[in-house]
Write a protein that binds this ligand. Structure first.
Ligand code: SF4
Ligand code: SF4
Length: 95
């Protein structure tokens, strides 16, 4: 499992320094080319062992931008999750 940043991201940079494992990159380094921040699924540990809840989602000022995602295996982890699939995920922080 890992979290996923959706296209609700406003590139505010609040999350990137909160990640204990440096799994987040900004829009300039997003491997998908999208103008949003990106979480490397093979690096994200969902903050287990570091925080009680995902620190990136706690820091994010938008609603539902950071969602839970599945990571079935190493190969899948390195691939982007299509926008349609991301839209169906559950927000990490819900109202
Ligand atoms: S959930 Fe934690 S480990 Fe994963 S990207 Fe967010 S801050 Fe980093
Ligand atoms: S905190 Fe949220 S809106 Fe800001 S850059 Fe990170 S994911 Fe995007």
């Amino acid at each position: 499992m890992a979290v996923i940043i959706t296209d609700s991201c406003i590139c505010c940079a609040a999350c990137i320094d909160e990640c204990p494992v440096e799994a987040i990159v900004d829009e300039d380094d997003n491997p998908t080319g999208e103008e949003i921040y990106y979480v490397y699924s093979d690096k994200c540990v969902e903050c287990v062992g570091y925080h009680d809840t995902p620190a990136c989602a706690e820091a994010c000022p938008t609603e539902g931008c950071i969602v839970w995602g599945d990571c079935a295996d190493g190969a899948t982890c390195k691939e982007d999750v299509p926008a349609e699939a991301r839209a169906e995920r559950t927000p990490v922080i819900e109202d």
